[in-house]
Design a protein around this ligand. Structure first.
Ligand SMILES: Nc1ncnc2c1ncn2[C@@H]1O[C@H](COP(=O)(O)OP(=O)(O)OP(=O)(O)O)[C@@H](O)[C@H]1O
Length: 289
């Protein structure tokens, strides 16, 4: 399903002394099957934006087209249950929302709530555990007996069990160690490829955005200020620094070497593998001379 926002604004606590405008005139298209990273400072409106993707929040101005749904400001859309199934949101620290006695019960909760029989849900638990890289043995354990990373995988399996078309991830790797982060990010990349899911990733990690996304949105004070491929976004280092954002270390390395030696790398270095390839090409050229 495509997501298309036209002039979407969101104000919290409207008509109260605490009224706060968190989104201004958002105009955005997210194509089905794409992998979009949303980056921006704390308070720039990322979480507010993504809660509009399944109607948890509704625009206070403008229109949100979410697949077959059109949510128009001022007309409270009530029949959103099917949309919630199509767009799965994994909130920050999703493991805090686990509550059942066993992993199996926790994972089955969502699909059963959406009408799947207990028998079918239980029969598919093994498949959902495999999707998030957990062994069958954890099925009958208490989720609270697992490690933090495993608990997070259980929570994610519960969202995947609803077979969403769009998976929205709000800082899914926060608090994980580097290895856990990489495993989790690779898992989402595989899901996007295998299941043709759309992924919207909110992250503070420029490295994650550069490596995994094919499209980047930068938010600043409730608006979208930049949009482009990782190559387009990270080409403009000064612009990112001006916006107060980090730049991947590999991009800074490339820039420092290019400036110091007056050379140009053959390709933008968004990942360590890009650096390796570029250096190999450069050294081969030097050897020939
Ligand atoms: N329930 C609320 N009531 C009032 N204001 C809110 C509410 N939730 C968020 N805000 C405000 O809206 C603005 C955008 O917040 P939001 O959480 O969307 O930003 P964010 O970019 O996701 O931040 P973070 O990276 O810290 O999660 C902030 O100024 C925030 O204080």
């Amino acid at each position: 399903m495509d997501i298309v926002f036209r002039d979407v604004e969101h104000r919290y606590q409207i008509n109260t002394p605490f009224e706060k405008r968190a989104l201004y005139d958002i105009h955005v298209d997210i194509r089905s099957g794409s992998y979009v990273a949303v980056i921006g400072h704390t308070g720039s409106g990322k979480s507010t934006l993504l809660q509009h993707f399944n109607g948890l929040l509704q625009p206070t101005k403008g229109t949100a087209h979410l697949g077959d749904y059109t949510i128009v400001a001022g007309k409270k859309e009530k029949q959103l249950k099917p949309l919630r199934k199509k767009v799965g949101i994994v909130f920050q620290f999703p493991e805090h929302q686990l509550f059942e006695e066993t992993v199996e019960k926790d994972i089955c909760f969502g699909p059963m709530n959406f009408g799947m029989s207990e028998q079918e849900a239980k029969a598919r638990v093994g498949e959902w555990l495999a999707l998030v890289g957990l062994p069958e043995e954890v099925r009958h354990k208490s989720p609270f007996a697992l490690s933090g990373g495993q608990m997070r995988r259980v929570a994610i399996a519960g969202v995947l069990a609803m077979e969403p078309e769009v998976l929205v991830l709000d800082e899914p790797t926060a608090g994980l160690d580097p290895r856990g982060r990489k495993e989790m990010m690779d898992m989402f990349a595989n899901l996007q490829r295998q299941k043709k899911m759309t992924i919207v990733l909110v992250t503070h990690s420029m490295e994650e955005a550069a490596r995994y996304a094919d499209d980047i949105i930068i938010m600043h004070r409730g608006t979208i200020v930049r949009r482009g491929t990782p190559e387009q976004i990270f080409r403009n280092v000064d612009d990112l620094i001006h916006l107060g954002l980090d730049v991947p270390e590999t991009v800074l390395f490339q820039r420092a070497i290019e400036q110091k030696f007056g050379i140009q790398f053959p390709e933008p270095c968004l990942t360590i593998e890009d650096v390796e390839r570029s250096l190999q090409t450069l050294f081969t050229r030097v050897k020939r001379i």
